[in-house]
Design a protein around this ligand. Structure first.
Ligand code: FAD
Length: 544
């Protein structure tokens, strides 16, 4: 097949426009275009009022070699590249026949653990998945109980339970991870098989939304179980069992049971603070990692749409507009928008009692009234808090507790109008923007919930953002806090073969270990560690 990129068409083009554009670019007649498909679709919105769809298309034509040679100088016309994922080659029947074979264990059923388990199950290696939280539907009830009734279940919430932290989310699926082996494509293919819309395979900024994620996670569980995997919910790993050479020999569970295994994938996410403490006590190598904290900001989505799309705002094919904003302060700190959710809601995302944490989610339709995004400031371990692996967790906890108090002590979030925040006065009421955070927002000052340097950096950044995106000049925009769980505050480093630096048999993985930031990169890391475990079981080394 031939791949043609940079085909620009108006938003309202007819379906026939695709083969016609292909024929024109390739210098053939439309009847020469055989099968064709969309490899990628994005848009170019640099000129308001003149937004174009930008396609990359694959097609067949008679005598492809001749056409390619005619266009050999055109970098936008090429042979369609191979994007298929090739699994590592391991003799599984021989492995299973070994008398001392022990099933690999995956701790955590978030995107990383789920994908690791799926790969191991597809290979036939029968993983055991240990998840502290509940199956996803039961978990949904607990998660909504915090939002609707201020009732937190510490083991079952936005962070913990089947599907992991990404389940109640916008389900954005983009990543900038280098992907020579097409792991991202494998993840997307599996998501589509599990029920995600096919468009995620070609949209430049795909997203799924919360409701579909729930049924996808269940579908993937059924496939893993059908291939010999075993799920154990309500099962927290409380100890890693090591022999005298620090080789993993098993895990101890919250009910005291021990499972013998020599291979543990630790995919516990960035909020498993008790598990981090346990690993530190066991002497597992870990180090402090920079992360960011700040607030969530909400604007009317219609304003963002008008800013980004001008007269074409409201176009069905463009959907709700997003944004990405970055500023470097005079002091040299990065301030940036994080996890922007068009047409979504701000959610209560704490996993610990008496703490308040914000994050954002949306449904597939992205049809809610407000746009929200984190506005967060980079932190520096060793400067802003001690350079100790667990010091970032203590720092997060401190500000999350402050936010709980400032919100009124009942899981409401402290909130402030942008105009008041910039003027340095507490908000006594909110304005035209109704915040979406449940169980509610208490108008106050955010200064007590964040370090002074973070507030100063956000105060410096907001006017700069307003000069780039005029919605940010809206004084009634609401900020709620605190946004602390942007990424893991620590890293559990591993060697090239995927194992922990000092604990053979332990495979730290995903966002909690500092190897991912988002659903896609976490899921891709899950494939990497699953392959590493398969190769280790076979006595071979991972090769990248
Ligand atoms: P997690 O998803 O955190 O999964 C870890 C799992 O391990 C959890 O299920 C937990 O219960 C379990 N666990 C923890 N400790 C133990 C233990 N000791 N024993 C057993 N089980 C344990 N990313 C995006 O790319 N796009 C988005 O739109 C997006 N929106 C988000 C919205 C919200 C509200 C949140 C909270 C996050 C969002 N993210 C988004 C981030 C994304 O969810 C994470 O990057 C991703 O889930 C990390 O995957 P993971 O598998 O590494 O960890």
């Amino acid at each position: 097949m031939i791949r043609v990129s940079e085909i620009r068409l108006p938003l309202d083009h007819a379906p026939d426009a695709l083969p016609e554009a292909l024929a024109q670019r390739l210098g053939v007649s439309v009847s020469d275009i055989g099968a064709f498909s969309v490899a990628r679709r994005g848009y170019d919105a640099r000129k308001r009022g003149r937004i174009f769809l930008v396609y990359t298309l694959d097609c067949t034509v008679p005598d492809e070699a001749a056409i390619l040679s005619q266009h050999s100088d055109d970098p936008q016309i090429k042979v369609t590249p191979e994007t298929r994922y090739e699994p590592v080659d391991v003799d599984v029947p021989a492995l299973l026949a070994q008398p001392d074979f022990q099933r690999p264990v995956v701790v955590g059923a978030g995107p990383c653990g789920l994908m690791a388990a799926l790969i191991l199950a597809q290979m036939g290696l029968k993983p055991i998945i240990l998840e502290r939280g509940k199956p996803v539907r039961e978990r949904t009830v607990d998660t909504f109980a915090l939002w609707r009734k201020s009732e937190l279940t510490p083991e079952s919430n936005v962070q913990f339970g089947e599907g992991g932290a990404g389940t109640f989310s916008d389900g954005k699926l983009y990543t900038r991870v280098n992907d020579a082996r097409h792991l991202g494509r494998k993840v997307l293919d599996e998501f589509v098989r599990a029920g995600a819309p096919e468009e995620i395979l070609y949209l430049s900024k795909p997203h799924i939304g919360t409701f579909r994620l729930v049924s996808m996670v269940e579908h993937m569980r059924r496939e893993i179980e059908a291939a010999g995997g075993t799920y154990r919910f309500y099962t927290r790993v409380e100890q890693l069992l090591l022999d005298e050479k620090r080789q993993v020999r098993g895990v101890r569970l919250s009910d005291g049971e021990e499972i013998q295994t020599r291979h543990v994938i630790m995919a516990v996410g960035h909020s498993a603070r008790d598990t981090f403490e346990m690993l530190a006590e066991e002497g597992v190598a870990m180090e402090a990692k920079p992360f960011s904290i700040g607030v969530r900001i909400e604007h009317p989505q219609s304003l963002i749409d008008a800013d980004q799309f001008g007269p074409q705002a409201g176009s069905e094919i463009l959907g709700a507009a997003d944004y990405k904003l970055v500023h470097r302060t005079e002091e040299g700190r990065g301030v940036y928008s994080f996890c922007m959710c068009p047409g979504g809601t701000v959610v209560a995302a704490t996993s610990e009692p008496e703490r308040v944490v914000t994050n954002g989610m949306s449904q597939y339709s992205r049809a809610e009234r407000n746009a929200n995004a984190g506005i967060v400031v980079e932190l520096r371990p060793g400067v802003d808090y001690p350079d100790d692996p667990l010091a970032g967790v203590a720092f997060q906890r401190h500000w999350e507790s402050q936010a709980f108090v400032a919100g009124g002590g009942d899981y409401k979030a402290p909130g402030q109008r942008v105009e008041d925040f910039l003027a340095g006065r507490p908000s006594t009421h909110l304005g035209t923007v109704t915040p979406s955070y449940r169980p509610g927002v208490t108008p106050t000052s955010l200064d007590s919930c964040l370090p002074d340097f973070v507030c100063a950096a956000i105060r410096e950044a907001l006017p700069v953002f307003a000069s780039k995106l005029s919605s940010f000049a809206l004084g009634d925009a609401v900020m709620t806090g605190v946004e602390t769980r942007t990424s893991s505050p620590l890293k559990i480093p591993r060697k090239d073969d995927g194992e922990s630096l000092n604990t053979p048999g332990l495979y730290p993985a995903g966002e909690g270990a500092g190897y991912a930031g988002g659903i896609m990169s976490a899921a891709m890391d899950g494939i990497r560690v699953a392959e590493a475990v398969a190769l280790a079981l076979a006595g071979r080394q991972a090769n990248g």
